[in-house]
Design a protein around this ligand. Structure first.
Ligand code: LLP
Length: 434
């Protein structure tokens, strides 16, 4: 991001294009991704997540944000992909993403989704429960389709983050509890007795927006200790371990994320130490960053509409809101913002930035300090690149924004703005034949 001058005002630019030009050409609200930043994050993960003792794999969690253009960039950078639904898998297929680098997660895959994964030749199905294991084995055997499987383990480690995005705690809906050895052994047995499924290892993901890397140390310690036990007691060999994603990002100045290099080298080093301690060898270790690849590269541009004073607040309404960013209402998420054409004016006004939905909780930023705002100003909210567009919705029949990638003074629309007629494309009046 940089700035340019227009008379006395400094104007924000992204990827060499001014925010007003982007807004004029593509409309608002608009998700704008800086392609160089995306590329940098992807290549940093590839560069730093390396060891000479085992293979490594960086698997992007596509739930954070996905579109064909992003999937193609990920492919070019040699990253793999985590999908959690038939829809995400289908999208990857349509984008030409190599199936031999796709991991299929999720706690309640339908038969249809499992069959799709088997038919498409998706590399690995990550099993979340004993029941799912039975289904996958049955379907793989009946179709005669081979697949690798991993088991998602709940390592029983609570990360310090919002309670809705913790996943590794006791009673989490995800995975099999690490001390439920009976279930794990049953799953391993089922897989072993199938001609078409091959067990490769364990997966764990303890939550999101995690800053304290000691949480990952704990997961690594626990999983490696556990595979030693399985190896010793049951002669079970494990090829790979996947430690999930969740690495924290900077939404506001208060957030102090770790550099990609720091995250990667810490995980690699900890793994090497633990393996040495137990005299174990692994073929491969994996991580699954989502947010930390796309969050900070993405921003949303809104236009300011009406404004209103109440006894204690001054509202500034924008042309989007919880339909393009539900994270504030869901997790009390915090963001920073600016008026993109008034970058060097004093920020002496306190506003509540709110959206246009019929919902009191449709607030984007409380206590935003900004220069004096007027209708028509362009407001940029920073760091909305993860779980913004991917959780966007049509509440109040508000259309989803367009998404644009910018680089070296060039912009390309990668997802078109939804029209009213797009919203009605599934309307029907068909008689149901029962
Ligand atoms: N791997 C697995 C198995 C996951 O479940 C997730 C996220 C990730 C990787 C990637 O986590 P990340 O690096 O993106 O934090 N909607 C919430 C986040 C839910 C994340 C669910 N799983 C939010 O907006 O914060």
């Amino acid at each position: 991001m940089s700035e340019a001058r227009n008379g006395k005002d400094r104007i924000l630019e992204i990827g060499g294009i001014s925010v007003p030009d982007l807004a004029k050409a593509c409309g608002t609200p608009l998700f704008v991704y800086d392609e160089k930043e995306l590329d940098q994050q992807m290549s940093d993960y590839k560069t730093y997540f390396r060891s000479d003792q085992f293979e490594t794999e960086v698997i992007y969690a596509s739930k954070a944000f996905t579109c064909k253009a992003l999937l193609q960039m990920l492919d070019q950078n040699g990253l793999s992909l985590d999908v959690v639904s038939g829809g995400e898998l289908y999208m990857a297929k349509q984008a030409g993403f190599p199936m031999e680098r796709i991991y299929f997660h999720g706690n309640n895959k339908t038969d249809e989704e499992i069959k799709l994964a088997l038919d498409l030749g998706c590399k690995t199905i990550v099993l979340d429960s004993l029941m799912e294991c039975e289904r996958v084995v049955t379907l793989a055997d009946s179709k005669g389709c081979s697949t690798e499987v991993m088991i998602r383990i709940n390592p029983g480690i609570t990360a310090h983050t919002h309670k809705y995005i913790i996943t590794g705690n006791l009673d989490s809906k995800f995975g099999v509890m690490f001390h439920d050895e009976e279930t794990i052994l049953k799953m391993l047995d089922l897989v072993k007795n199938s001609k078409f499924t091959t067990f490769t290892g364990f997966h764990a993901h303890i939550g999101s927006q995690i800053f304290d890397l000691r949480a990952y140390d704990a997961v690594i310690e626990r999983l490696i200790k556990y595979i030693k036990k399985l190896n010793r007691d049951h002669k079970i060999e494990i090829e790979c371990l996947d430690f999930g994603g969740g690495f924290g990002v900077r939404y506001t100045e208060e957030d102090q994320p770790n550099e990609v290099q720091e995250v990667c080298s810490r995980i690699i080093k900890k793994c090497e130490e633990e393996l040495l301690k137990y005299d174990l060898h692994l073929k491969k270790i994996m991580i699954e960053p989502g947010r930390s690849i796309v969050a900070e590269a993405g921003n949303t541009i809104y236009q300011v509409g009406f404004m209103k004073k109440t006894p204690n607040k001054e509202y500034l309404f924008v042309d989007g809101g919880m339909t393009d960013n539900i994270r504030v209402a869901l997790y009390d998420a915090r963001y920073d913002c600016d008026l993109a054409e008034k970058m060097d004016r004093e920020k002496e006004y306190r506003y509540t930035v709110a959206g246009k939905c019929c919902e009191s909780g449709d607030i984007l930023i409380e206590d935003a300090m900004l220069p004096k705002a007027e209708t028509g100003d362009l407001l940029i909210v920073y760091g909305t690149g993860a779980y913004g567009y991917s959780m966007a919705n049509n509440y109040n029949r508000i259309s989803r924004p367009a998404v644009v990638f910018v680089k070296d003074g060039k912009a390309r629309i990668v997802i078109k703005r939804e029209s009213y007629s797009d919203q009605l494309r599934l309307e029907a009046n068909e008689e149901v034949i029962i």
